[in-house]
Design a protein around this ligand. Structure first.
Ligand SMILES: *Cc1c(COP(=O)(O)O)cnc(C)c1O
Length: 363
């Protein structure tokens, strides 16, 4: 077996995977139609509903990384020609606009500065009677900004549009209640605040959204929810569709247990505390947060690096000499910022002290 180096993952994801999750992953593989696995699927779905704070029956982990959740959202709920308003103020909004355009949607971009949240009023103003959906990135991992959802659900309902959200980085790390905020469709990933290896995309869809599903019309066979529900559905008559990544489901189930044992509110508060504590330590070292106070995304601290620092060389030294991964900037922020993950196990004082000690050696 090839051994991999020891790493402390404090970048934009994957995040540190705790021993309990690794142990769950290493259990023997069983058949995906085994009644024991069916039972696990049901238990995992129930835990996911709790973590997403939703009663949606259709709440399940799709097979694939977070991006598969994005694609499932579009191929199931957006038809060619649909008018979709899309918030773009970072890489992941940009990516969604691309995905929508590839699927034939009429994309109405509401653009904002990278590093700032969008004013919800601007998103609401872009809606009209023809709008099929509004999409926003709740946690923009490219900039460390949390997008407020205030008023969006009510405005969407007025024009009969769906509210669609990317909560890949915010789920289990920043306050989010799918039902209370009126989100119709949301997707996430396992390798951010859930502290699980990558490979599954937690996904949820409301009854309002499901009314739009039509059997036999989805452009993707693999991501057709009407077929997937025959496999993941809770009616006991499971039909083979694809083979779920069985061991990853074990891991996700254990990761959700850890979240629920801690409690969502306590976990959200811990992420924010850890984010603020780390920022207070970094500021005297010459780093400055990109997002203004009130717009920061707790699980991802994006900071401008000190003037004159060769940031790529410093990150390489952190990784190769100290075994710590932090991420660099993307797009227009390349070479200017570090993106430091404050995700789950990465949102603990021990992890951050190791990072600060290593930064002091490297700078
Ligand atoms: C990581 C991430 C994704 C993509 O997830 P993958 O698992 O890399 O496919 C999408 N949106 C946001 C906000 C992310 O942080």
């Amino acid at each position: 077996m090839t051994t991999v180096p020891d790493r402390l993952l404090l970048g934009s994801g994957p995040s540190p995977v705790p021993r309990r999750v690794l142990d769950a992953l290493a259990q023997p593989t069983i058949g995906h139609l085994d009644p024991a696995f069916a039972e696990l699927m049901e238990a995992t779905k129930a835990k996911l509903r709790q973590v997403m704070r939703t009663a949606n029956d259709v709440t399940l982990p799709l097979s694939g990384t977070g991006s598969v959740g994005m694609e499932a959202m579009v191929v199931n709920f957006v038809r060619p020609g649909d008018r979709v308003v899309c918030g773009v103020h970072g890489l992941f909004g940009e990516r969604m606009a691309d995905e929508l355009a590839r699927n034939g949607a009429e994309v109405v971009r509401v653009e904002g500065e990278w590093g700032r949240a969008l004013d919800p009023a601007r998103l609401i103003d872009a809606l009209d009677e023809r709008t099929a959906a509004l999409f926003v990135v709740h946690g923009e991992t490219s900039t460390g900004v949390r997008q407020p959802l205030d008023g969006l659900a009510a405005a969407c309902r007025e024009v009969d549009a769906l509210l669609m959200v990317d909560c890949v980085t915010s789920l289990a790390g920043a306050p989010l209640s799918i039902d209370d905020e009126g989100v119709d469709v949301a997707f996430s990933g396992t390798q951010k605040c859930l502290n699980c290896p990558p490979g599954l995309a937690p996904f949820t869809a409301s009854e309002r959204a499901l009314e739009r599903l039509e059997e036999g019309t989805c452009r993707s066979w693999y991501l057709d929810l009407t077929l997937l529900l025959g496999y993941w559905g809770g009616d006991g008559a499971r039909a083979y569709h694809h083979t779920a990544p069985i061991n990853l489901v074990y891991a996700l189930d254990a990761a959700l247990d850890l979240v629920l044992e801690e409690g969502l509110e306590a976990r959200w508060a811990r992420h924010l505390d850890a984010h603020e504590r780390l920022l207070r330590e970094l500021e005297p070292r010459g780093f400055a947060r990109l997002a203004p106070e009130g717009e920061q995304l707790a699980p991802l601290l994006c900071v401008r690096v000190p003037e004159g620092l060769d940031e790529a060389a410093a990150r390489r030294a952190l990784l190769l000499e100290h075994g710590i991964e932090v991420s660099g900037g993307l797009g227009p922020l390349a070479g200017q910022v570090w993106r430091i993950g404050v995700m789950g196990e990465g949102a603990r004082p021990e992890a951050q002290e190791r990072l600060l000690a290593a930064i002091d050696r490297v700078l």
